[in-house]
Design a protein around this ligand. Sequence first.
Ligand SMILES: Cc1cc2nc3c(=O)[nH]c(=O)nc-3n(C[C@H](O)[C@H](O)[C@H](O)COP(=O)(O)OP(=O)(O)OC[C@H]3O[C@@H](n4cnc5c(N)ncnc54)[C@H](O)[C@@H]3O)c2cc1C
Length: 403
Amino acid sequence: MDLFHDNPMFPAVRQMLGAFAKNMIRPIATKHDQEESMPWDLMKFAQGFGLTQTQVLDGRKQLTGQADESESDPSKPKTQARLGVVGAEELAYGCAGICLAIGGSGLAGSPVARMGTDEQKAEFRKALSGRDSNGHIKVAAMALSEPATGSDISGLTTTATRDGNYWVLRGSKQWITNGQSASVYVVWAQTDPAAGRAGVRGFIVTRETPGLVPGRKEVKLGIRASETAQVHFEDCRVHQAMMLGVATAGGLSDTKKMLDSTRPAVGAQAVGIARAALEFVVDRVRSGSLHGTPMAAHQHLAFELAELEMEVAASRLMVHRAAWMADHHQDNVAFASMAKAHAARTAQMVTTRAMVLLGEEALLPGHPVEKWYRDAKIYDIFEGTGQIQRRIIAKHLTGVIAT
Ligand SMILES: Cc1cc2nc3c(=O)[nH]c(=O)nc-3n(C[C@H](O)[C@H](O)[C@H](O)COP(=O)(O)OP(=O)(O)OC[C@H]3O[C@@H](n4cnc5c(N)ncnc54)[C@H](O)[C@@H]3O)c2cc1C
């Protein structure tokens, strides 16, 4: 069930990516989860059919072969956010870690698309073309979080100090998706500590820039096919031309808008995990028996499945609504937070209930439900924790930032 069935483009993308998830992602999901490795060959294959690392910049064109009407007429609705949520649900249904490996560069592409000049967009695209030194497709990273600063992005300690036509970056970033392997980074730093939040700016920094030092890769509970690492900046000199937000005069406020724009797709990934786990349990209940009678005839199991189905459907509708609002140029800040927080809760609830319903078998390493259970947790942490989403929703209701 979804809101977008009236436009044939969305079901077509769903069908294509759904088949890709089922036939190509699922079969390798356990291996990459257990090895904590990025699926480079699959990422290359995905790039071949349009899931490129600059997709956010290139919008609909890459996936559908057609330009968005809104590119020539900004009053027309876009399709990018809706394509994003339809695609993200399918890929995460296959494996959320692999979904992030394929799409993680979009996190860096988003601020470049939103705030970048034509020159900056060209530089970003150039940095992602061709192969890296390992022969892999090139990926990007968005480096905002720090060891002591996650939610409170106004407290960044990474500094950018002006030196002629250059900015000198100093500091460390943590929990950065593609942090070790990226060929290009969007790095957020404080340019003027006295200005507080208004002093924060983003910079496009290519990997070979002296002073950019990829750090330790983290060992994680879930989404283990997606790399998460530290990145250090040791007197790293970046040309003024690579500072984002100059044309839009935006600093942190634009960063926040950027996070709002990616939340529906993150919520859609959580829906994909929930759907995968629910489908597994439904199959079991349909085919299994309990105390000599079909499982499906036991009311406590039937009602449990009905509850979970309601939550998955509600989350999907909220995610779709948030994407629809973005494509129709409506302020979706509070709705994007609601959709992301609801979907994160649903993914955790469905996977937890699936573990309980299956019993011991789901505790075994390599069991798909055990993996989805671990993968679900992160959706309550990144792209704004559950508490941060609730702050945004409550502020929308009362006008007051609760402390
Ligand atoms: C797998 C993974 C990938 C990631 N990828 C990236 C990436 O690519 N780029 C990047 O920049 N970051 C990335 N992050 C970092 C992520 O965005 C942060 O972990 C997240 O923002 C939370 O920050 P924190 O961990 O510092 O927690 P904190 O902000 O320290 O929060 C700790 C706890 O306090 C709560 N809390 C904080 N502030 C408030 C408040 N005002 N009111 C109520 N409760 C509050 C939080 O909800 C949380 O429960 C990633 C993280 C993970 C785990």
